[in-house]
Design a protein around this ligand. Sequence first.
Ligand code: FMN
Length: 400
Amino acid sequence: MDKPKVVLGVSGGIAAYKACELLRRLTESGHDVRVVPTASALHFVGAATWSALSGNPVATEVWDDVHEVPHVRIGQGADLVVVAPATADTLARAAHGLADDLLTNTLLTARCPVVFAPAMHTEMWEHPATQENVATLRRRGAVVVEPAVGRLTGVDTGKGRLPDPAEIFEVCRRVLARGAAEPDLAGRHVVVSAGGTREPLDPVRFLGNRSSGKQGYALARTAAARGARVTLIAANTALPDPAGVDVVPAGTAVQLREAVLKAAADADAVVMAAAVADFRPAAYATGKIKKKDDQEPEPIVLVRNPDILAEISADRARPGQVIVGFAAETDDVLAHGRAKLVRKGCDLLVVNEVGEHRTFGAEENEAVVLAADGGETPVPHGPKEALAEIVWDLVAARLH
Ligand SMILES: Cc1cc2nc3c(=O)[nH]c(=O)nc-3n(C[C@H](O)[C@H](O)[C@H](O)COP(=O)(O)O)c2cc1C
């Protein structure tokens, strides 16, 4: 089989050097990559680097190798075009359909999925001109990954940083896997909770659970690749921030509730994949609880935590908002799942069997998705990402 053909457009931002790592990841995972830098990009990283790393010729203008009509052929033959970094200028030219260099010609002739990973100073990103250009590109079906927040060129910090190349690669991989499918969550805001809450006993101890957050992160990544604006509420995870996803940390169940309610206010869908503690210690010791040689330890008294899934299902922030819960059960999984779906009042409940060495922390999962309308979708053992895609298929069907 031919290798998938990827066009890597690089425009003239300081983050152009990071595109070298993206290029390596694409070539090493079996893609045939043609790099199309803008003339400005070559001020940052030279053509020799792009050519040597990709094993393909590199041109910026339409006047090189004219007999091969590259201004048309490169776009026509591509399975994916990814522009990383995408400058404010290149976004503007793409949004307005300009065709003044090889990259913009390629963008006009490509009929495959297109991903833009913008990077620029916060002021440039927030400018209404840039925001309107981004909205135009999204409306036309492109996936525009939100920039990350962090250190920018010079001493500045803010939103506008190019996401980690490894995470941009993950977006490309997922968009490629979806082939010609439209980014069906474009224009939607989705909220995903991930990880496990920790309920403190004293400044050094907590009651927690084994959730790694991998399933929630897979949900966030797949939603971003399907064009959604994603807020990921992460409880005690140790995973890299997915590209284009707004990550909000939360420690305890009470903090997670606050973060979910805030983010859900304008969300089209909320997926509660986090393992939220049902109970928390009734008392919090402000100093470390000491061991006393002559005394047995005090029993730990627990109180109930808020039931976030039931609360947001009963009191939807928006009409038509789709709510998805996860039920981790250790026995009689389906019967507990069905009862829980009714009790919680959500639209979909992903029921999976968990145990000490099962599901938590693993790369794979197996589940049945129960729907309030009676539907039942078994998901065979496979990557957490595959389960995530099925969840979004079911959510998208309910949003349309
Ligand atoms: C040092 C330096 C860093 C720059 N970084 C960025 C950037 O990160 N994002 C951006 O949109 N423009 C940046 N620019 C401005 C662009 O290079 C300029 O708008 C250029 O016209 C972009 O051309 P292109 O879109 O064809 O690559 C930078 C310019 C310089 C001199």
